[in-house]
Write a protein that binds this ligand. Structure first.
Ligand code: NAD
Length: 294
């Protein structure tokens, strides 16, 4: 029997990231428990006192514990220098008890994040953001894939959105989200035809309206309204903007859900999936390092 998905008021499939994250965390817990509970450890590094970053890191640790993983946390003050941050990350890189390393970005102004990320070995780069991981993604080699775009792919898959042969528009071209998203959608075996749209794309609305899948990762509150959406298209909201009304996504959920075939809520869509994929990458890292049975 085909699974019945929850629908929004407008009749779109609700791509519920909280639900899928919980399923993935439970699966990870079952897998680790069934293997006799070998230690799988995620290390997080937080520099400075950015409040949202602190919340993200805490959520990652909490979900790691639910997945039967260990977490290690290194916290440095906002006045930490480049050498101090590099020393901390280098120590984790050399520590055989640590399988995944996540440096919470952005780092405070004045610090060179690229130089810090360079210290993470590809096997432990569970955020998939280092040049070596990105190079592996481009070349189709085994490695860690950035968590947010990977979470988008998991949502499409879980909620039965057809991707092969479909057109997709990704709004945003950052190395964190937009670029890897385009690579993942266009990968052999996934086989969508992605378009990369950005702040200089003329006629964005028209471009989006041609697409079967829209992934919005611009960080512009409610940029994607119903006029951007082809009836029945899948619309995925990655953007997060802090406004006077609270946290708002790139997608105007109220109008879009009446036109789209499937849509993510915000919050509760791509955010929880980013954490779920981080934990999946951490287990994969333990495997790559020979600390977990294949
Ligand atoms: P970024 O600022 O590096 O990139 C934004 C991109 O959007 C740029 O490439 C820019 O060209 C494009 N853009 C900006 N305004 C646009 C417009 N009006 N029309 C078309 N394109 C436009 O940001 P990022 O790191 O890629 O993050 C994007 C958003 O996703 C942010 O809001 C961020 O907070 C959010 N984010 C969410 C998650 C999650 O888990 N849901 C994870 C990472 C980032």
């Amino acid at each position: 029997m085909t699974e019945q998905f929850e629908l929004t008021e407008g009749g779109a499939v609700l791509m519920d990231g909280n639900r899928l994250r919980d399923e993935i965390v439970a699966e990870l817990n079952a897998e680790i428990t069934a293997a006799g509970g070998p230690e799988v450890c995620l290390a997080t590094v937080l520099v400075g006192d950015d409040k949202p970053s602190r919340i993200y890191v805490r959520n990652k640790q909490r979900k790691a514990a639910e997945a039967a993983m260990l977490s290690r946390h290194v916290e440095l003050g906002a006045d930490a220098g480049q050498a101090e941050v590099e020393q901390a990350v280098g120590d984790l890189a050399r520590d055989p008890g640590v399988h995944g390393i996540l440096v919470q970005l952005p780092l405070p102004e004045g610090l060179d994040a690229d130089a810090v990320l360079e210290l993470i070995p590809p096997e432990k780069d569970v955020d998939g953001l280092t040049p070596r991981s990105m190079g592996r993604l481009v070349r189709g080699q085994r490695g860690h894939v950035p968590c947010t775009p990977l979470g988008v792919m998991r949502l499409l898959d879980r909620y039965g959105v057809a991707v092969s042969g479909r057109s997709a528009v990704v709004i945003g071209r950052s190395t964190l989200v937009g670029l890897p998203q385009v690579l993942l959608l266009g990968r052999k075996g996934v086989d969508a035809t992605p378009t990369l749209a950005h702040s200089r794309t003329p006629g964005l609305q028209e471009v989006c309206r041609q697409a079967d899948i829209v992934v919005a990762a611009a960080g512009m509150a409610r940029l994607v309204t119903a006029d951007f959406v082809k009836p029945g298209a899948a619309v995925i909201d990655v953007g997060i903007s802090r406004t006077a009304d609270g946290i708002v996504g790139d997608v105007d959920f109220e109008t879009v859900q009446a036109v789209a075939g499937a849509v993510t809520p915000m919050p509760g869509g791509t955010g929880p999936m980013t954490i779920a994929c981080l934990l999946q990458n951490t287990l994969a890292a333990a495997r790559m390092l020979g600390a977990f049975p294949d």
